[in-house]
Write a protein of this length. Structure first.
Length: 259
C-alpha cells in the first residue's frame, strides 16, 4: 500500500506513479521493456502518438518473427526482399513524420510572423498617430500665427483709415484726458509701455520719512516738551465721609472692565 497512487492527493504534493522493481526471465523479452524510455509527463499517460508507436513495435516484432531462416538461397532472397520492403515502409513512415513536423513548424512560423506583423502594425500606428499629432500642432500654430497677423493688419488698416488723407493732427490733451480708454489712462504694451514695471511711480516719497538723516532732522525740529510725557494722577472721588457717588462707582467699574 505504500506505493499505491491515490486520486485524492493534492496537486502540490502529486508525485510520479510508483514503478515497482521487476526481474526478467532469461530468454524472454517483455513487450513493456520497449516502452522503458517513456516516463510520467514524457509520453505517459499514453496518447495517440504513443499508441501508434506501440502498434509499430508490435508489427515489427510480428515481421521479425515472420522472417524466413537463412538456410537456403531462396529463403535468403525472400528475406532480402522482405527487408527491402520493410526499409521502404520505414522510409515512407519517416517521410510522413518529417512532413508532419514541417507542418507543425510552418504553423508555428505563421503564428510568429502574424504576431510580429501585429506588433509592427501597432508600432506603425503609434508612429503615424504621433506624426499626425505633430502635424496638427504645427497646423494649429500656423493658424494661430495667421490669426495674430490678421488682427495686427486689421488694426493697422483701421488706424490708417482714420487718417486716410495723411494729415498731421495735433495732440488734443483735453480729449485724451476725457477718454478713459486713451493712451493716457490705458497705454498699450505693444507700443513699448509696461505699467507693471513702473508700479511705484505714484508712490509717495518723503525725505523725512524714508531716510535716516531726515528722521534725525525731524526729531531735532520737534520741541523737547513734545517728547516728554506727563501723566496726571487722578484724584480720588471720595469725600471725607467715605461716601462714593453712584456715578463715581460706575466710572470705577467701567475703568476696571476697560483694563
Amino acid at each position: 500500500t505504500l506505493g499505491t497512487q491515490t486520486d485524492y492527493r493534492d496537486g502540490e504534493a502529486q508525485t510520479d506513479p510508483y514503478s515497482p522493481e521487476y526481474m526478467v526471465r532469461s530468454g524472454s523479452v517483455p513487450e513493456i521493456l520497449a516502452l522503458a524510455t517513456l516516463a510520467w509527463g514524457r509520453g505517459l499517460p499514453a496518447g495517440q502518438a504513443e499508441m501508434e508507436i506501440i502498434d509499430r513495435i508490435r508489427e515489427k516484432r510480428a515481421w521479425e518473427a515472420a522472417l524466413p531462416p537463412m538456410d537456403s538461397p531462396s529463403n535468403i532472397a525472400k528475406r532480402l526482399k522482405m527487408m527491402e520492403d520493410m526499409e521502404r515502409k520505414e522510409w515512407a513512415y519517416r517521410e510522413e513524420e518529417i512532413d508532419k513536423l514541417q507542418k507543425v513548424q510552418m504553423e508555428v512560423f505563421k503564428k510568429l510572423l502574424q504576431r510580429r506583423e501585429e506588433n509592427q502594425n501597432k508600432l506603425d500606428t503609434m508612429r503615424l498617430k504621433k506624426q499626425w499629432q505633430n502635424h496638427q500642432k504645427a497646423k494649429e500654430e500656423k493658424i494661430r500665427k495667421t490669426q495674430h497677423d490678421c488682427a495686427l493688419m486689421l488694426r493697422k488698416l483701421i488706424a490708417k483709415r482714420k487718417n486716410w488723407m495723411g494729415k498731421l493732427e495735433r495732440r488734443d490733451i483735453i480729449k485724451e484726458y476725457n477718454d478713459f480708454s486713451s493712451q493716457t489712462y490705458a497705454p498699450l504694451s505693444r507700443i513699448g509701455f509696461f505699467p507693471d514695471s513702473h508700479s511705484d511711480y505714484y508712490a509717495a516719497r518723503n525725505f523725512y520719512l524714508n531716510t535716516f538723516a531726515g528722521l534725525c532732522e525731524l526729531e531735532e525740529s520737534v520741541q523737547h516738551s513734545a517728547s516728554q510725557t506727563k501723566i496726571k494722577v487722578p484724584k480720588p472721588k471720595c469725600t471725607n465721609t467715605g461716601y462714593i457717588r453712584k456715578s463715581a462707582r460706575l466710572e470705577a467699574v467701567l475703568a476696571q472692565v476697560h483694563q
